[in-house]
Design a protein around this ligand. Sequence first.
Ligand code: ADP
Ligand code: MG
Length: 255
Amino acid sequence: MTDAVRELLKAHLKQLRLPAMVQELEALSREAAASNQNYEQFLLRLTEVELAARATHALQSRIKQADFPVTKDFDTYDFTAMPSLSKPKLLELARCEWVDQKINCCFIGSPGTGKTHLAVSLGLAACRSGYRVRFFTAAALVSHLEKAQQQYTLDRFLSQLDRADLLICDELGYLSFSRGGAELLFQVFADRYERSSLLITSNLGFGDWGQVFQGDRMTAALLDRLTHRCEIFEMNGESYRFRESMKAKKGRKTG
Ligand code: ADP
Ligand code: MG
């Protein structure tokens, strides 16, 4: 390739919005010449690079959009600390077929047992599988809904939530809501029924959800929809954090 041809080609690629091809053109064309690739092979390599860059950007933007509070993945979760939890089952969920099937998922149990950790891990897995995910704590979601209602932007916010293939609602039960807040949250959950997945973590067993949703009728209606097709994990036991800090203390005493 002469310099003039290369510069013109780069300008065309840029105009066609193929930045990774622009960036890799020189290296790949050197590589093609050195390994005697034909034109088609060279073009194939070049387009592969663009597609790979696009997939990476799309994933990064899905993760950003999800707004996870921390980055946690399955590889750092110690399944031996929670023997009641089936590792194969969880790794099966990491393949995200449940999101495709619009099934729900609940992690119920005491604090510090890794509910948020696993919710984020499953959310990341869904992003990697190409799904749109949104993560909220229950309190943040309710306050967002109430604010949107006051500002007459509720429909817009609800349709944003609707676009998410997986909505994660973390820490349901730590705070109770006003009647209006509970009704809005109920509306969001009920709207997703059989249309898109919901992942909820809670320190409260289902029998105590009436405290959050105020009123047994609303709670029963919600639980009926939520648990109809739902993977439920009970996560009870000692807090992992607490156990680790006790271990560290013991280590310092004996060490
Ligand atoms: P929960 O949401 O159930 O209150 P978290 O997911 O916030 O608990 O866990 C508290 C901390 O302990 C986090 O830093 C989390 O990564 C860690 N943790 C909890 N359980 C485990 C585990 N089994 N293996 C590794 N880290 C864990
Ligand atoms: Mg948590």
